[in-house]
Design a protein around this ligand. Sequence first.
Ligand SMILES: [Zn+2]
Length: 236
Amino acid sequence: MKDRALRSAVITIPRLERVPFLKHGFGNRHWRDRDFKRSGDWDGFHPVFLKQIHSDIVHFIDGMPQPGLRGDALVTRLPGLLLVIKTADCLPVLLVDEKKRVVAAVHCGWKGTRLRVLEKTVKSMSDRYSVDPATILAALGPCIGAGCYEVGEDVLNLYAEAAFPASLLRPAPGRPGKHLLDLRAAARLQLSGLGVKEKNIFSIDVCTHCDPDYPSYRRDGKGCGRLLSFIGIIPV
Ligand SMILES: [Zn+2]
């Protein structure tokens, strides 16, 4: 694809666009791994991919990581690294602290959310780099919407055990034993609980399951492709 077409395959958050040292975005189905190399925009950035395992493992990237890194959250303050999360219905979350110049990318599916991977990422940003959650900007990308994300009793019970409020799961209309999980609300809950301000949480309210421009595992199965979300500090 040409640069112009590539740019339209990526959604950004205006408030994050205004952070002078930041590059970020959420790709749609037309944005692929190789586009990071093709588009001139990415000159100087080294993309960092994870082997995502639906865990609560947070990696701090202080240098060029080895390939095959396993986990579900990446944090760095090194310029020139582009942290990449791949999803297909799960929720990608990008975080930036303007003051301390720390960025993070987090993969939040139902399993990682149950383990509070987002909460752990924000806490570890505070512990390691003295980031104040009150100054964090958070961007929630496209994911499967609360109206489409049907789960069973097992998930309902696991969330109750993990002390999540019952409001995150509502009964699926006309589907006994099925519930609808709100991944976005679960993310907001974790962020607000740690002191991230409501006004600093931005959300792209697209349902990947409903919008054919986005990959959806639930809709299209294994071959659906992946939505690439990325964030990085512009190299100096
Ligand atoms: Zn939907």
